[in-house]
Design a protein. Sequence first.
Length: 115
Amino acid sequence: QVQLVESGGGLVQPGGSLKLSCAASGSWLSIYAMGWYRQAPGKQRELVASIRNGGMTAYADFLNGRFTISRDNAKATMYLQMNSLNAEDTAVYYCYRDSGSGRVWGQGTQVTVSS
């Protein structure tokens, strides 16, 4: 069964950086897209970034170039490098993968930006 496990969340000060990881089990070759969503308290889940086979990436407009999504096929792992973090980035971050059998979600990792 396909599983996604996120890691790398935590508490960081405003202006700081974090790098999230999403490790995937199961067939990596069948994936055609992966990405990250986030959900802040009292808000809807929103798309942060995505990456498709071939490396094409897409980002939410509100990021203003602060985050970078990448994947390492050899390690079956996707990453989200987050820089210049601010309080509005506080949320639970979820990774997902899309394949022919549908979408699978990770369990989420908490990111808290606070001084």
